[in-house]
Design a protein around this ligand. Structure first.
Ligand SMILES: Nc1ncnc2c1ncn2[C@@H]1O[C@H](COP(=O)(O)OP(=O)(O)OP(=O)(O)O)[C@@H](O)[C@H]1O
Length: 365
């Protein structure tokens, strides 16, 4: 286990002596990013609070850099590990630079005066998360997203080996979500910072994490690489999704398909149909779509949103049976929408051209 900078063995967490999650086995190497995902109330924050010693484990151990964490002094711990929690901090009468500078307490002591060197580290951390312009601003008068970045700068200026963050991107807009995570990724690559965090954005979790732990109420259900986790319809099961769908490859979420006899046939492919499918879903119109090769960009959203998808195996001519089924659906629909420029599709587009002409003859296009 010594190859891991941090690991837990048989860790049990809970409240008031009652176990919530037992036998938690997590591990992270130097420079690795571990993300906890799972539904609301599953226990992600509880696990993180045990890791940072805000809660006392009910059993098992957490080992940091070869030492049982329980045996580390507060000061030793805060030189190795820093924390960004979602809980509101409301320091009175402090500007953002002062808040960031409290990250240096493990080195200076609470009433220690920061040396010029120390202030350089504070300013460098603020520069890293692009909050220099907030330096003199009263911390309580900043937005939630700005506060989150101030707290990241504070954690970074602690110069930790490992950083623990609970839903760090929840208040950030998309620009800052990406910026925040790319700062963390850079730190993990360049300074070998280990990261343990929880995220609700599965698409981002799948992109940034080396390891993912799936927390599911009473257990850590899976622990592995994103490729091992985002597979075989596991995510909808983890979240017990009963409405809509989630595509594990693209991270796309779709609202539930409109049920009923298809009223529209969408002749489509090559990524040109998804916008139309979503518009029809918004308008509450049941539709069918095709003919799509199973590797088409529109295939996952068509499967999620259409009542029926006429599809064909990858890179094969459409079969007579599929053409006949598409024509049958066109017969029964009120209208056809064609999202493709069928003239420029070459020989493989023959079947689509045939269907377009068929719809034109019926006056449905
Ligand atoms: N102080 C507490 N005392 C008792 N039970 C608690 C306490 N804090 C949280 N819980 C319970 O522990 C369970 C796990 O909560 P936790 O906050 O760890 O979930 P989470 O996965 O972080 O959820 P979310 O995604 O909603 O933030 C929940 O059922 C919650 O109600």
């Amino acid at each position: 286990m010594e190859e891991f900078y941090f690991y837990t063995k048989g860790l049990t967490v809970g409240y008031h002596g009652v176990p919530l999650i037992k036998d938690i086995e997590l591990s992270v190497k130097k420079g690795e990013i571990l993300t906890l995902i799972g539904p609301n109330g599953a226990g992600k924050t509880t696990i993180l609070k045990n890791i940072i010693r805000q809660l006392k484990p009910l059993g098992g151990v957490a080992v940091l850099d070869g030492s049982n964490m329980e045996e580390l002094s507060g000061r030793e711990l805060s030189k190795k590990l820093s924390v960004v929690l979602t809980e509101r901090v409301r320091p009175e009468m402090m500007n953002c630079r002062d808040v960031v500078s409290t990250g240096r307490y493990p080195y200076t002591g609470k009433f220690g005066v920061l040396s010029e060197e120390e202030w350089k580290i504070v300013d460098e951390s603020m520069r890293l998360v692009h909050i220099e312009e907030l330096a003199e601003r009263d911390f309580t008068k900043t937005s939630d997203g700005q506060k989150q970045r101030v707290m990241l700068a504070r954690a970074l200026c602690q110069q930790p080996d490992i950083i623990v963050l609970d839903e760090p991107t929840s208040f950030l807009d998309i620009r800052y979500k990406l910026e925040f995570l790319s700062i963390i990724q850079n730190m993990s690559r360049t300074r070998k910072l280990s990261v343990i965090m929880s995220l609700h954005e599965l698409d981002l979790a799948g992109r940034i994490s080396d390891k993912i732990a799936c927390v599911r109420g009473d257990r850590v259900d899976r622990f592995g690489t994103p490729e091992e986790i985002f597979t075989e319809g596991y995510i909808p099961k983890l979240y017990q999704m009963t409405t809509g769908s989630y595509d594990e490859l693209t991270g796309d979420l779709e609202l539930p398909a409109v049920q009923g006899e298809p009223r529209v046939f969408v002749l489509t492919g090559n990524g040109t149909g998804t916008g139309v499918f979503r518009r029809l879903q918004r308008e509450g119109i049941p539709f069918a779509a095709g003919i799509l090769w199973e590797n088409d960009l529109d295939y996952p959203s068509a499967k999620a949103l259409a009542v029926e998808v006429v599809s064909e195996k990858v890179f094969t001519q459409f079969s007579e049976a599929q053409l006949a089924r598409a024509k049958q659906l066109i017969d029964n629909c009120e209208r056809v929408i064609c999202t493709l420029d069928t003239e420029n599709l070459g020989s493989l587009g023959e079947g689509l051209r045939e269907l377009k002409e068929y719809a034109l003859k019926l006056g449905k296009l």
